[in-house]
Design a protein around this ligand. Structure first.
Ligand code: UD1
Length: 440
């Protein structure tokens, strides 16, 4: 199993480039199911979840090419024939976002069989809202031996019907899944209380390029006029706002001077505002943010995770690492997921002073962090531990970094390029991952 060895103490200096957003790329790849035409996606990150989705699509009969060399961030997907429209457990169990194929599969073929996703490291993550939405569109959903089977009306022979769907709770992949289903439904679908995340907008841009009729993506109300078929398209994936945010915290925590390049600062509003409240110096450009240590003491500032445009839950763990280095007490409230504080014990093992009471963690800073052997528990928790290790005294060994490989492209190479002392030990993209270790 791969490990990272990180020696703390170096300020990060120079320019670091942000890759394409994994959480945009995943639904965009699933959208290719909706058409027989070729969908070409650019700025695809080379991360494990993308490889998993490729396997999933291939297992259903799709032709998927992931580019190499100069074209390494491009993928071409052709679902001319879906010979086996089933999302099998062996693949679904390793990635929760596999539920994103449910909507496009039923819309395209009339019948979708998708293995129920397993448990998850960051709390129970149900897909009841995906199912409720499909039922409102006329689908019949049954469960059989761990598989969910959804059929359109007339036993899978008629299309889904447009509906008025009000999400009980804001869900990102739920909005994406049903948005894809609605593109090929008969008539109009009106969605309310939708997720407004940039990843939803990115997916909608691709769907519109494929011929879908969608209005309002990026707001809480989305209106879709169903069409009878969609065609191929070419689309460039948005920069990854969570990777960009992680690098901003890396620059701030190490007291460096880091230019986070190829990002979209307009997607980083809540984090930028919070870092400024802490006293971090930021210069925001059109596609970059420069983060500098002001030389002074960083101040504590509370966060409370919310749906976009609020403070992202996917930045909570990384921000907590920074909070250990600010003067004063920071309250970190996690409102989106239960059980998303698994990094706390590991940070405490490195010398942090954090207590958890329900959904709120209290971080008392500033702590002198020390190196330790620590364990990564999910994707973003892993990033948080690397950030802490960058300022810890001595050499920290992080175990189970395969979590990090799910969503960060060449993380250690990028950090080393700006002066971090970080190296990987063990089998690169190793073989010993536990299938149940899944997260965001
Ligand atoms: C997506 C992101 C993940 C991010 C999360 C919140 C992807 C691949 N993953 O996850 O990185 O942390 O958004 O920004 O894009 N819920 C239900 N029923 C459902 C669906 C969700 O109760 O059917 C609940 C969840 O348990 C959670 C909340 O809704 O409490 C939000 O979850 P959701 O937005 O669906 O997260 P994901 O889309 O899985």
């Amino acid at each position: 199993m791969d490990k990272f060895v990180v020696r703390g103490g170096n300020p990060l200096l120079g320019t670091i480039k942000v890759s394409g957003a994994k959480n945009s790329a995943l639904p965009c790849m699933a959208a290719a199911i909706l058409t027989e035409g070729e969908v070409i996606l650019e700025n695809i990150p080379q991360v494990r979840d993308i490889e998993t989705e490729r396997k999933l699509l291939v297992s259903m009969g799709a032709e998927v090419e992931l580019g190499y060399g100069r074209a390494q961030h491009r993928t071409s997907i052709k679902c001319a024939v879906l010979s086996d429209p089933v999302a099998k457990y062996e693949i679904v169990k390793t990635m929760r976002a596999s539920s994103l194929v449910l909507g496009p599969l039923i819309a395209r073929t009339g019948i979708a069989r998708v293995a129920m996703p397993g448990g998850c490291a960051i709390g129970g993550r149900p897909i009841d809202l995906h199912i409720k939405g499909l039922e409102a569109m006329g689908a019949t959903v049954t469960y059989d031996h761990g598989y969910l089977e959804a059929r359109t009306p007339n036993n899978g022979s008629a299309p889904l019907k447009g509906a008025h769907i009000v999400f009980d709770k804001i869900t990102v992949t739920g909005t994406e899944d049903l948005l894809m289903a609605a593109t090929l439904a008969e008539g109009e679908t009106l969605f309310e209380n939708c997720a407004r995340e940039p990843e939803v907008t990115d997916l909608a841009a691709l769907l519109i390029a494929m011929g879908a009729k969608i209005e309002g993506a990026g707001t809480s109300t989305i209106r879709v006029q169903g069409v009878s078929s969609l065609h191929g398209a070419r689309h460039k994936i948005n920069p990854d706002r969570i990777e960009a945010g992680t690098f901003l915290v890396a620059g701030a925590i190490t007291g460096g001077d880091l230019n986070v390049d190829c990002c979209d600062p307009s997607h980083l509003g809540a984090l930028i505002a919070k870092l400024e409240q802490c006293g971090v110096k930021l210069t925001v450009g059109s596609d970059n943010v420069r983060v500098r240590s002001g030389g002074g003491i960083l101040k504590a500032s509370d966060i409370s995770t919310e749906e976009y445009p609020g403070f992202p839950t996917d930045m909570q763990a990384q921000y907590m690492a920074l909070a250990t280095q600010t003067e004063g007490t920071t309250l970190v409230t996690e409102n989106i997921f239960e059980n998303r504080f698994m990094h706390v014990n590991e940070l405490n093992r490195m010398g942090a002073n954090i207590t958890v009471n329900g959904r709120t963690a209290t971080v008392r800073g500033k702590s002198d962090l020390q190196s330790a052997a620590v364990m990564c528990s999910d994707l973003r928790a892993s990033a948080s531990l690397v950030l802490a290790a960058l300022v810890a005294d001595g050499e920290t060994i992080l175990d189970r970094v395969y979590h990090l490989d799910r969503g960060y492209e060449h993380f250690e190479d990028k950090l080393r390029g700006v002066g971090a002392q970080i190296r990987r030990m063990g089998d690169v993209f190793g073989k010993n991952r536990r299938a149940t270790d899944i997260a965001s």
